[in-house]
Design a protein around this ligand. Structure first.
Ligand code: GDP
Ligand code: MG
Length: 163
């Protein structure tokens, strides 16, 4: 069986870092500047004995703030529409932002199986942000560190449960 998972979230939460970790190649550009990934990127992800298609979403590199949000939203909506399940990421070190809440509303409206990930949780630095994430109404947040590869077995369990 194969399925498509879309990675969704505001810029800079670590979507491309997680994409690269699951695909095992640096197909997605990781950058400190928010929204640096230009296009959506797809790859074949492997996690334990699972293999699936994964889609990285992003904003745009140079756009004025007003159109940026609209275009990010359009791209995210397309990716959500094409996906069998959604992996929604927040930055657990920052906690929830208004943009997280706006993206979460799109995800809830899609009514697809959703996995909520609280990224940047290495070293317990994300505990407060992880607790905040319960308020998104997307289920129990999974603490993860895409950069350090922590929490991947919990992610595996969550993907299995979502399908
Ligand atoms: P995207 O905009 O959501 O695709 O985010 P990126 O993957 O480009 O990452 C944005 C920034 O967060 C980069 O500086 C990454 O190195 C950093 N980052 C990603 N994952 C983690 C993590 O697990 N822990 C920490 N501390 N930083 C991370
Ligand atoms: Mg990115």
């Amino acid at each position: 069986m194969t399925f498509t998972l879309a990675i969704v979230g505001r810029p800079n939460v670590g979507k491309s870092t997680l994409f690269n970790r699951l695909v095992g190649k640096k197909l997605a550009l990781v950058d400190d500047r928010p929204g640096v990934t230009r296009d959506r990127r797809e790859g074949e992800a492997h996690l334990g004995d699972l293999a699936f298609r994964i889609v990285d979403t992003a904003g745009l590199e140079e756009a004025d703030a007003a159109s940026l949000e609209g275009r990010m939203r359009a791209q995210t909506e397309t990716a959500i529409g094409d996906a069998d399940a959604i992996l929604f990421i927040i930055d657990a070190r920052v906690g929830l932002t208004p943009t997280d809440r706006a993206f979460a509303a799109l995800v809830r409206r899609a009514a697809k199986p959703t996995i909520l990930v609280a990224n940047k949780s290495e070293g317990r630095g994300g505990e407060a942000g992880t607790l905040e994430a319960f308020a998104l109404g997307l289920g129990t947040p999974i603490p993860l560190s895409a950069e350090h590869g922590e929490g991947l077995s919990d992610l595996y369990d969550a993907i299995c449960d979502a399908l």
